[in-house]
Design a binder for this molecule. Structure first.
Ligand SMILES: [Fe+2]
Ligand SMILES: [Fe+2]
Length: 139
């Protein structure tokens, strides 16, 4: 894999629950890539993708609540990125369920989704944390 899986302080939002969820999402995606490359059957891969989707949906409920709570000004753009990420997960699902499963393609697409998640957290999610601590929670 590429260094897109690196998860360091540039991915910390300051909200412990959200940071923990981000870590779980990355671990889920890493596990998916590992199982794809190990030749796991499509049904197992589909189950892993289901789990990642459940994690992501639970995460965005929490994160979007935080944004509403702090009256975050860039909420609409942020929600659009969340919707786009769900589309990326659906693309992984279609790839995993294709009649002729191409593991190289699925591994590559899954790795790209990890990079997309990392970039989202390091940019959009971190800005939520910075806004919260600078404007909303500073008293
Ligand atoms: Fe987000
Ligand atoms: Fe997030």
């Amino acid at each position: 894999m590429t260094n897109s899986l690196q998860w360091d302080e540039s991915c910390v939002t300051g909200f412990l629950a959200l940071d923990r969820q981000h870590g779980e999402l990355v671990e889920g995606l890493k596990q998916l890539v590992t199982r794809v490359e190990a030749g796991a059957p499509s049904v197992e891969l589909a189950g892993l993708i289901d789990s990642i989707e459940v994690l992501f949906l639970a995460h965005v409920v929490d994160e979007e609540w935080v944004m509403s709570w702090i009256d975050y000004p860039a909420l609409a753009e942020h929600l659009e990125e969340h919707r786009a990420f769900i589309d990326h997960l659906e693309a992984i699902r279609r790839s995993a369920e294709a009649s002729s499963l191409d593991r190289t393609v699925l591994s590559t697409v899954s790795g790209r989704v990890v990079a997309i998640l990392r970039d989202h957290v390091a940019d959009a999610d971190r800005r939520v944390g910075e806004y919260a601590f600078r404007h909303a929670l500073s008293g």
